[in-house]
Design a protein around this ligand. Structure first.
Ligand SMILES: *[C@@H]1O[C@H](CO)[C@@H](O)[C@H](O)[C@H]1NC(C)=O
Length: 359
């Protein structure tokens, strides 16, 4: 009897343990990410919150959850600032890197976790185009991350494996080699997905429908910071199509949201896309967690008002997975909820015959 009882008790404990694992929620204690539910990781938000908790690590896909039949500018896209500046990226120049980083997982992982826009800094370097941190427009061996081709290949693989997804690249562009970028887009196979400038609305019209962009397989949007490349290489000049708030510390000043110098005023509705930056001038892992909480949500609302009552389409952050719970993903759900159906959370958008927000 004792033996059977022990076995039964052990089974109960085992089952309870398994169930416990399967239903771990955001905010629950954890010791490894395996303790957390799907779409979460185990993260320690010290010093703000002591101990490790399950926090979100994957975004909601609005195309799948709601539908993809609205214009491209009616959705919000999680954007990684300096997506290429990844902790632990080995040196590709043979010289140890001495510069800061902004993200913690590969571009492939970022995309798989729901990131849909990447900010990349492109430079002429070693007779090629590289992703690099620098000042003065010149890449150095000790600040170079990797050849742009490597990252473009990852993006190409994602677009090929995910035929209903759209990826946007926002380039801080220092490439002056003629057709330098175009050559890398061609070599990587990304040209195949190119969304042409001729289809981009520049006078307050809506963008094409996502479903049409998917059907025509034009699922890569590229914006450059160099005005002349729109005419020479057919790469869209970012601020012809988008307004953008200040970046760095100037973009995190509570209650303030105004345009960066290159952008039209945020309320200028001739530009149909709104980009919101929310990251400090110097990326700091330790504070990212706290920043991805109330301060960010407040700024999302501040920038909404400043943009003439328009919710941001792109929300750009560092260390996007760091939070004390819902983090940046919760703000994305807010943005998509507002954009798609006027609800506080995209999860609450009306389903079936319902016409009201479900929460
Ligand atoms: C897609 O979702 C939006 C927002 O809920 C809704 O207004 C629209 O009617 C839906 N379109 C289709 C074809 O279901």
């Amino acid at each position: 009897m004792g033996g059977i009882f022990t076995v039964a008790a052990a089974l109960v404990l085992l089952v309870a343990g398994l169930v416990g694992t399967a239903i771990a929620n955001v905010g629950d204690d954890c010791s490894t990410s395996a303790d957390c539910g799907a779409g979460q990781w185990c993260f320690d938000c010290e010093p703000e919150l002591s101990g490790s908790h399950c926090v979100r690590s994957v975004g909601t896909n609005p195309f799948q959850l709601v539908n993809n039949s609205l214009p491209f500018n009616k959705y919000a896209y999680l954007t990684t600032h300096n997506a290429f500046a990844i902790v632990g990226e080995p040196s590709h120049t043979g010289i140890p890197r001495i510069t800061f980083d902004n993200q913690e997982d590969t571009v492939t992982d970022q995309l798989n976790n729901g990131v849909r826009a990447l900010m990349l800094d492109t430079y002429d370097f070693k007779g090629d185009v590289w992703l690099c941190h620098s000042s003065g427009g010149k890449c150095n061996d000790f600040t170079a991350f990797e050849p742009a081709l490597d990252t473009f290949n990852e993006i190409q693989a994602f677009l090929s494996a995910n035929p209903s997804e759209i990826v946007t690249l926002i380039l801080e562009d220092y490439v002056s080699a003629p057709n330098g970028l175009t050559n890398v887009f061609k070599s990587s196979g990304l040209q195949k997905y190119w969304f042409p400038v001729s289809k981009m609305p520049s006078n307050s019209q809506d963008w094409p429908l996502v479903s049409d962009m998917v059907a025509s397989n034009q699922r890569l949007l590229v914006f450059t910071s160099v005005r002349s490349k729109q005419a020479t290489e057919g790469i869209a000049y970012q601020w012809n199509f988008m307004v953008e708030n200040n970046y760095g510390d100037a973009g995190m000043d509570a209650g303030q949201c105004s345009n960066r110098a290159e952008s039209a005023p945020l309320a200028d509705k001739t530009k149909s896309l709104v980009l919101m930056n929310y990251f400090p001038s110097v990326p700091l892992k330790l504070t990212a967690c706290l920043q991805h909480s109330k301060g960010l949500t407040d700024m999302v609302n501040t920038c909404y008002s400043a943009s003439g009552n328009r919710w941001a389409n792109f929300l750009a952050v560092d260390y996007y997975k760091r939070s004390e719970g819902g983090g940046v993903f919760q703000d994305m759900d807010l943005l998509n909820g507002k954009l798609l159906c006027g609800c506080q959370d995209v999860q609450a958008c009306p389903k079936g015959s319902s016409v009201v927000c479900s929460a």
